[in-house]
Design a protein around this ligand. Structure first.
Ligand code: URA
Length: 204
């Protein structure tokens, strides 16, 4: 892990920027290869993640592992993080001010891990990173040119797919094929001058 990512992790692990610090068991910062080509962004830690300190370790994580294995990848090959790093009480949706407090960590994580492909899982990650109010059902099924020449591939949240497996899992399998193809696509980085201005605008 790079020194900068280690430092960022240390800061995040003791974060008290929002109310979730009072109810979490621990901060769930991220897991996987810090130099991964592919990064997943989920929503928020649930009960199991809050207990274990690792994203996607419960039932949704099992499905994520299965979908990854179907494209020849494992958890160790990718990096996995969430929009917010602390569990909301009772697994309620993240609140807008909690996302605002936490999004700087995600932005820094993406910058330091520097994946070529970012896959967003569900509405919260997709809406934040694509800066849209359009829902996941309409956005999924294609990849989007994204920050600094990366490709962003939105798909359903695995927990949603577990609630409607017959309809959503096949669509997620299609999206994972898109992820696989995106990983084969050479990244075209924008010129440095554009890069700086894009960085300033990301998530604002
Ligand atoms: N759901 C998420 O969005 N993230 C996790 O880490 C676990 C479940």
């Amino acid at each position: 892990m790079s020194e900068a990512l280690r430092e960022l992790t240390e800061v995040a692990l003791v974060c008290t920027r929002c109310r979730l610090a009072e109810t979490r068991t621990q901060v769930v910062f991220g897991v996987g290869d810090p130099a991964a080509d592919l990064m997943f962004v989920g929503e928020a830690p649930g009960f199991n993640e809050d207990q274990q300190g690792e994203p996607f370790v419960g039932a949704a994580g099992q499905l994520l592992n299965r979908l990854l294995s179907e494209i020849g990848l494992s958890r160790e090959d990718v990096y996995i993080a969430n929009v917010i790093k602390c569990r909301p009480p009772g697994n309620r949706d993240p609140l807008p001010d909690e996302i605002d407090c936490c999004k700087g960590y995600l932005r820094a994580q993406i910058g330091l891990i520097d994946p070529n492909v970012v896959a967003t899982l569900g509405n919260f990650a997709t809406k934040l990173l694509l800066r849209t109010e359009t829902g996941i059902t309409r956005l999924r099924g294609r990849s989007y040119p994204w920050w600094q020449g990366r490709l962003l591939v939105p798909t359903y949240h695995p927990a949603a797919a577990l609630r409607s497996p017959n309809s959503l899992i096949p669509e997620m399998q299609n999206d994972f094929q898109l992820i696989s193809r995106a990983l084969e696509t050479p990244r075209v980085r924008p010129p440095a001058v554009e890069k700086a201005s894009e960085q300033m605008n990301l998530f604002t």
